[in-house]
Design a protein around this ligand. Structure first.
Ligand SMILES: Cc1cc2nc3c(=O)[nH]c(=O)nc-3n(C[C@H](O)[C@H](O)[C@H](O)COP(=O)(O)OP(=O)(O)OC[C@H]3O[C@@H](n4cnc5c(N)ncnc54)[C@H](O)[C@@H]3O)c2cc1C
Length: 457
């Protein structure tokens, strides 16, 4: 059965398109951050967008998520700043600490430096609030989100592309966007040369502590009153903590070896076992952990760079974790998904006839893949930095971090290269490339430049 045409609000004002005459019928698989972001960006260009989501409703999964300026720039451009400001914490710094003593060996400035350097702020938010803001905006803009609609496969039949749901229903679309996460059915069924997910040996354990408990204890109250992110770096493990929900709770992400199922977002974890693991860590941190009453875990996994993100007939594209799931060691996974949506909308906006689509999707892939591949790689080097065992390599790391924090110029080429690698998102060359990136401008200018899409200026 083919579902009926999508009824998006006709009163929606596109801003950038003159009319709806070139609007495509787009189905997005997955209502995560990448899927909803892409839905908003594409709808804002005047397309008819339907999102199909496997879950019965939006889920309160995960806890804190960092929103770096390369992402806040786009969210603001979609007119969502006010909604975010009602939910975020504006962090001051990221403080990199020795696990056993809490000594700060490194610091990466967040606000107001982010705005000063890149024109956009750095935010902390609860993942569920992030998704809800996108969902509310999407439905306000006339996007239909269908829950309890798990996609079984995406089928290409000549020039027709169909999303087949588990219950046998089919949705026909001009363009299918697979934003269905690391275990993407879209990737598995419609994209050639796809690669298997790589399971890391580590899990992320996530927990929150209510602000009242944190503030009532003088030893740990400062973690709430100073809105910075703390990263305790220890042998084969690190813990990240920061306040979220306008300071209502303290968010903890604990990364260390462990067992869990890949692709499941919130399996219950044994908090006593977690606490025991950290007996040798800084007392203040242990005090925070003693206030945790429940904890969920995720298996950390990632995708090595794929050969392609688009199907052979050029009508299916994957974005977000479906295309490039990465380890969370640079807080960029969701940000890359937001960038994908903005970039995709720019490319698809140039379609004047359906036959243009494959070329423009290829252009999208050519803009996005090199950037995302660099970030995926850089994230792996951060894992190595955070998890060094005590010894000469850790001492070197701490020395380089201190130099970076104090702004001491490296004396030799070797020192310069070591300092650049030690914490990639603090590096003076890498950070502007990462945080200062203007996706919409880069893609629009790129489309103007590229000979391959000369017709789509
Ligand atoms: C511990 C941890 C901390 C992180 N911290 C940060 C951070 O600070 N900053 C940051 O930018 N990123 C962070 N990330 C990464 C970020 O969470 C992900 O990159 C991002 O959520 C991916 O979004 P997505 O929409 O691509 O995929 P997902 O969030 O996985 O969403 C996919 C959606 O598709 C749905 N779906 C799946 N299969 C189907 C199907 N067959 N049919 C229909 N729907 C389907 C799912 O139910 C889900 O709603 C972190 C990740 C982890 C694990």
């Amino acid at each position: 059965m083919v579902l009926t045409a999508i009824s998006n609000s006709e009163s929606f004002s596109t801003g950038t398109r003159k009319s709806m005459e070139n609007s495509l019928n787009i189905v997005i698989c997955g209502a995560g951050i990448a899927g909803l972001g892409a839905a908003i960006a594409l709808r804002k260009k005047g397309h008819l967008v339907t999102v199909v989501e496997a879950a019965p409703q939006l889920q309160e999964v995960g806890a804190g998520i960092q929103v770096p300026p390369n992402s806040t720039r786009i969210l603001k451009s979609w007119g969502l700043e006010e909604k975010f400001l009602a939910n975020i914490v504006l962090p001051k710094n990221t403080l990199l600490r020795r696990y056993a003593t809490g000594e700060v060996v490194g610091r990466v400035d967040a606000n107001p430096e982010s705005e000063q350097k890149y024109g956009y702020p750095y935010w902390f938010i609860h993942r569920a609030d992030f998704q809800k803001i996108l969902y509310d905006a999407a439905t306000e803009f006339g996007i239909e989100v269908i829950f309890e609609a798990p996609v079984e496969r995406v089928r290409e039949d000549g020039s027709r592309t169909k999303v087949v749901l588990k219950n046998g229903e089919e949705l026909e679309a001009d363009l299918v966007v697979g934003a269905d996460g690391i275990r993407s059915k879209t990737r598995a069924t419609a994209i050639q040369n796809s690669i298997d997910v790589v399971e890391s040996s580590h899990c992320a354990f996530r927990a929150t502590v209510p602000a009242e408990l944190m503030k009532a204890d003088p030893a740990i109250a400062h973690f709430m009153t100073d809105p910075s992110s703390n990263v305790w770096m220890g042998p084969d493990s690190h813990i990240v903590g920061y306040p979220i929900r306008k300071g209502e709770m303290y968010n903890l992400v604990i990364c260390r070896r462990g067992k869990a199922s890949v692709g499941k977002w919130n399996e219950p974890a044994d908090i006593n076992e977690v606490r025991e693991h950290y007996t040798g860590w800084e007392p203040n941190l242990r005090q925070v952990l003693s206030n945790v009453t429940s904890c969920q875990k995720w298996k950390l996994a990632y995708l090595p760079p794929l050969d392609q993100w688009i199907s052979d007939n050029g009508r299916v594209v994957i974005i977000g974790d479906a295309a490039h799931a990465m380890l969370p060691y640079m807080a960029q996974g969701a940000a890359m998904g937001i960038e994908d949506g903005a970039a995709l909308a720019e490319c698809v906006a140039r379609v004047t006839d359906l036959t243009d689509l494959p070329t423009l999707l290829r252009a999208f892939q050519d803009f996005r893949k090199p950037r995302v591949d660099i970030v995926t790689e850089a994230v792996l080097s951060n894992a190595d930095t955070f998890h060094r065992a005590d010894g000469p390599e850790q001492e070197q790391r701490d020395k380089r971090m201190k130099q970076q924090m104090e702004g001491t110029a490296p004396k030799t080429t070797e020192e310069k290269s070591q300092q650049a690698k030690v914490i990639r998102y603090a590096d003076k060359d890498f950070q502007p490339w990462l945080y200062g990136y203007d996706t919409i401008k880069e893609v629009s200018n790129g489309l103007l430049r590229e000979a391959v899409v000369a017709n789509f200026k």
